[in-house]
Design a protein around this ligand. Structure first.
Ligand code: AMP
Ligand code: ZN
Ligand code: FE
Ligand code: FE
Length: 275
């Protein structure tokens, strides 16, 4: 059984439509189970579910929520929740609006450094996405010939501390866990110790999150080396949390290290998570 629980379509910052992604999951990556976890959006679920029925793959509806803990960014995966639960919808709206609202300031900063990108340029890149994020600004810089690839924008321009970086709203982590649980879903911390991020998620914090309803930790992720994976697996075992593994696929928006199925979740862990 090949199970991948973290992927992005063009409803956020991936490059495949939800249907294309699901078809590739089955036909290219040979997955048996695939979750769609667009950033702060569930707008791809229906299309992905229909494609999954067609190609014969199990579809898990999901999301990756942009949260923060003590000012540090933490990504929270949610699965199989009610996408219409009003308090959750409201909080996701706040995150998506925050992303759109900071755009003019980001473009001003870029202009101060001689990079001329318009809101229309960004909109052309975000297409059917629920909001325009930094990856779409990066894509606009590429389209206008300032850079060769999206990744280059995260090296001095749009990364935290970069020349054109502007922060935005993120949901308080504990609130986001509670909202997902209230909505009948499961909550898993995404790539908790990914490269370049501060390790605000200590074992004590994981314990508090577990007590608030957290179900699991994404351990097997391309951003985690062997040592990190061992340590996180130990924390998950101590706290009786589910361990997941996933690709964090973004289509051509990220390198081949993020290919569908590049990291997988064990069947017994999926069973514990979703039954
Ligand atoms: P935003 O939420 O709009 O600030 O954009 C954050 C998104 O940008 C993340 O979810 C990633 O998909 C992407 N991103 C962040 N850092 C990098 C990076 N170093 N290289 C490429 N993409 C990145
Ligand atoms: Zn992303
Ligand atoms: Fe993430
Ligand atoms: Fe992701």
């Amino acid at each position: 059984m090949r199970i991948d629980l973290h992927t992005h379509s063009d409803r956020s910052d991936g490059t495949d439509t939800p249907a294309e992604l699901v078809r590739k999951a089955r036909e290219v990556a040979g997955l048996d189970v695939v979750a769609l976890t667009d950033h702060d959006a569930t707008t791809g679920w229906d299309e992905a579910r229909a494609a999954a029925d067609e190609v014969g793959v199990r579809f898990v509806p999901g999301i990756e929520i942009s949260t923060q803990l003590r000012g540090e960014s933490v990504h929270l995966l949610g699965y199989a929740f009610d996408p219409d639960h009003p308090p959750l919808v409201e909080e996701l709206r706040r995150v998506l609006d925050g992303r759109d609202q900071r755009l003019p300031r980001m473009l001003e900063r870029l202009a101060e450094h001689g990079v001329d990108i318009t809101l229309d340029d960004v909109a052309a890149q975000s297409g059917s996405a629920a909001a325009s994020g930094r990856p779409h600004v990066a894509d606009a810089m590429v389209a206008r010939g300032y850079l060769r690839h999206r990744d280059e924008a995260f090296d001095g321009w749009l990364n935290s501390g970069g020349r054109a970086y502007v922060s935005r709203y993120a949901a308080p982590l504990l609130d986001a866990v509670r909202l997902l649980k209230e909505a009948g879903g499961r909550a898993v911390v995404a790539h908790p110790w990914s490269r370049g991020s501060d390790r605000v998620l200590t074992p004590e914090t994981f314990e508090r999150l577990r007590d608030a309803g957290l179900d699991g930790i994404e351990v097997d992720h391309v951003d985690h080396g062997e040592e990190v994976r061992r340590t996180l697996r130990g924390i998950a075992a101590d706290l009786d949390l589910v361990v997941t593994g996933s690709s964090d696929y973004h289509g051509t928006g990220k390198s081949a290290a993020f290919a569908l199925g590049a990291n997988l979740t064990a069947p017994e862990q999926l069973e514990r998570l979703l039954g």
